[in-house]
Design a protein around this ligand. Structure first.
Ligand SMILES: [Zn+2]
Length: 579
């Protein structure tokens, strides 16, 4: 009769659970942090009957200073801001009693002990959307093959002379797929973060700025050693990747609040070189996206920042703090700035800096700080072009990023306390499957050559003023995307960008008739929901390339959150100290 008794017990236990309070703990169960890394402890109870009260212990000792913020409306929560853990394994235990009885929950956490490490300076390059497949397409264009013997003509700067190399997998707190906010946050703070959130855990309030926070590498370096912090991107300044190294919010669209945190928050970057001034200028200014009168152009100068709005001003800028805003929104794609140069596309912004120029100026500025620095440089437009299936614009932006990497590698050779990392935040579904013979016309499926008919591309027969191959050449690549809306394909690069799909006026999207009307364009049915107007991120793995001091820490297969801990190890971070 024993199995029957067991079954009866299980049934009773389940019915007990049904009326228990719903308990949540942040940091989540299984969280990994640095000893001394600051975080907000949050305990929440839902489905509460009556007032209820909780006992919270850490490793068996009561946790003091927890502030209870609401009660009586079916929920209750307790918060302790800015706490941290000593090194070792820890267990937080919550016992909650209300009119329905007693509920319990626990979270196990690990805190890494401080280390010593050789790197004082870190230059972290993030190619947004730059999966292995995207890097490979860029390498085929930049280097290609010797047609006499099929040998590769070389590698990208990011792929050569490696001190460490890893394959990185990504995921979110709430999905196995990821966006740029939570992936960059994983690198910045070592946590799994919800899609669209930046360095905070979820909570039960609608306010997106009050969520429990976790300290980022930039904040830790500022706090513990007074290091310099720099954020560089060719996307708009409040975009998710730079924001992950300078802000905390549950909603990446809190643009004004993100920019405010750049100047008022704990990371307090010394260098901000980026597109998009929209979120820095008062609502009265043309192009502003703010809903208030804050004017960071003026106020940043009171904080000691030098302002640059053109490439010429950037190159001439001096001082220890630098704000560069070179467009209203994203900078223009590399192909538009360097090769197509259509005046209608470039508009008022004819003198935008290249990523390698922004990198050099950021390093020269940060180098004035004797305590070292952390510089994040984002190739932010790779992803922006991959979403609307313009693989040429995306891949040529990898080549722009690679020139910045080449410069940083040279710098690291003469500054041996520098770690240079190159990775991506997530991938796109881009795939190179053949060659394309443009002499046979646009959109011609018979011009796609596979296997031996792919032959070798002819990129490199003509170079632009920066030494990068011209996009238009007789034999190009046949590249496609695995995840698309309905759209029309031509296989060739167009001199003015066009969206692949347009609204049908009923919440769905149809192929852009402007593209479908181009010579040779043919219809391809999509595989995404009809509400999708562009391609999406994928779960495909990413490369990580490491050079210089501590590069050997980056090896093998890594979860993206491990990048944070390996940076801390390479830099010998001791988050238990405050300078
Ligand atoms: Zn994206």
């Amino acid at each position: 009769m024993k199995p029957f008794l067991t079954l009866l017990t299980a049934t009773l236990a389940l019915s007990g659970l049904a009326s228990a309070a719903d308990l949540k703990i942040y940091p989540y169960d299984g969280a990994h942090v640095l000893a001394g890394q600051r975080f907000d402890l949050r305990v929440e109870a839902g489905s509460v009957k009556g007032a209820g009260d909780a006992t919270v212990t850490l490793d068996g000792q009561p946790v003091g200073n927890l502030v209870r913020s609401s009660a009586g409306d079916g929920k209750a929560e307790w918060t302790l801001r800015g706490t941290s853990l000593p090194s070792g394994n820890h267990t937080l235990q919550v016992t909650f009693k209300d009119d329905s009885g007693t509920s319990t929950a626990q979270a196990a956490w690990t805190a890494d002990a401080p280390t010593t490490g050789p790197a004082k300076k870190v230059i972290l390059f993030i190619g947004d959307g730059m999966g292995w497949n995207t890097v490979r397409a860029a390498e085929l264009i930049a280097k290609g093959y010797n047609p006499a013997n099929g040998m590769p003509r070389g590698r990208l700067a990011m792929e050569e002379g490696l001190g460490g190399m890893a394959t990185v997998t990504t995921s979110s707190y709430d999905s196995f797929l990821a966006d740029s906010a939570n992936t960059a946050s994983s690198i910045a703070s070592g946590q799994k973060i919800a899609v669209n959130a930046l360095n905070v855990y979820p909570d039960n309030t609608p306010d997106t700025l009050d969520n429990p926070r976790i300290e980022t590498i930039t904040e830790i370096l500022k706090r513990t050693r007074g290091a310099g912090v720099g954020l560089v991107t060719n996307a708009y300044g409040a975009d998710a990747t730079p924001a992950a190294f300078g802000a905390h919010t549950f909603k990446r669209g809190d643009y004004a609040a993100i920019v405010d945190q750049y100047f008022k928050g704990a990371a307090s970057p010394d260098v901000l070189l980026m597109g998009g001034s929209r979120d820095f200028i008062p609502q009265s200014a043309p192009g502003s996206r703010r809903k208030d009168n804050t004017d960071w152009i003026t106020d940043s100068q009171k904080l000691g920042f030098t302002l640059a709005t053109t490439r010429a001003e950037l190159n001439a800028a001096k001082g220890s703090k630098l704000l560069g805003l070179f467009n209203y929104d994203n900078l223009n794609y590399y192909l538009d700035r360097a090769q197509y140069q259509d005046p209608k596309v470039l508009g008022d912004f004819k003198d935008q800096p290249y990523l390698w120029e922004m990198t050099q100026k950021a390093v020269a500025t940060l180098d004035q700080n004797p305590n070292g620095y952390f510089l994040m440089v984002e190739g932010g437009l790779i992803d922006k072009a991959e979403h609307p299936l313009d693989w040429q614009r995306g891949v040529f932006d990898v080549l722009e990023l690679d020139k910045a990497v080449a410069w940083a590698k040279d710098y690291a050779r003469t500054h041996p306390d520098t770690l240079v990392l190159v990775t991506a935040d997530h991938a796109h579904s881009i795939s190179t499957f053949g060659g394309y013979d443009t002499t046979m016309g646009a959109g011609n499926r018979e011009a796609v050559g596979t296997y031996q008919d792919a032959k070798f591309p002819t990129y490199g027969d003509k170079l632009d003023a920066n030494g990068i191959p011209m996009v238009n050449t007789p034999r190009t690549l046949a590249v496609g995307f695995a995840a698309t809306p309905d759209y029309c394909e031509t296989f060739v690069s167009r001199s003015v960008f066009k969206d692949p799909s347009v609204s049908d006026g009923q919440g769905g999207y149809v192929p852009n008739p402007d593209i479908c009307g181009e010579t040779g364009a043919y219809f391809r049915i999509g595989n995404l929901p009809k509400s999708a107007n562009q391609g999406v991120h994928t779960a495909d793995p990413l490369p990580l390339f490491a050079f210089g001091a501590g590069a050997g820490n980056f090896m093998g297969l890594m979860d993206q959150t491990d990048i944070f801990f390996q940076i801390a190890r390479a830099m010998g971070v001791d988050a238990t100290k405050t300078k």
